[in-house]
Design a protein around this ligand. Structure first.
Ligand SMILES: C[C@H](O)[C@H](O)[C@H]1CNC2=NC(N)=NC(=O)C2=N1
Length: 100
């Protein structure tokens, strides 16, 4: 499914509905740093998210060191943010909540 690029107003509203995601400086992405108890938890989180992302055909940019996972979500197709990013963000929050 192709989602439209969100307006600044729509981004502000969507940001208020997810947990501690930040708008990137160029405003084309949202970012969040997740921290878990250990590497196994962090990697388990990434594994679960990867399966969801593949189903959505919407993939995170992320960086993992030990128990930390830095995530950046953006929609390459529109070079900005779409509802896909916020849907994936909310899902990642839910997956993390079962582990933190
Ligand atoms: C062909 C395939 O559907 C596209 O390349 C998908 C794959 N995953 C994607 N992931 C993200 N984050 N943005 C995209 O625009 C995107 N496009």
């Amino acid at each position: 499914m192709r989602y439209e690029k969100l307006s600044n107003e729509a981004v502000a509203l969507a940001l208020s509905e997810v947990d501690h995601w930040m708008l990137s400086e160029d405003q084309a992405a949202i970012t969040k740093e997740f921290a878990f108890g250990d590497f196994t938890q962090a990697f388990g989180f990434m594994t679960e998210c990867a399966l969801v992302a593949e189903k959505m055909d919407h993939h995170p940019e992320w960086f993992n060191v030990y128990r930390r996972v830095d995530v950046r979500l953006t929609s390459h197709s529109v070079n900005g943010l779409t509802a896909h990013d916020f849907k994936l963000a909310a899902t990642m929050d839910k997956i993390a909540a079962r582990r933190v």
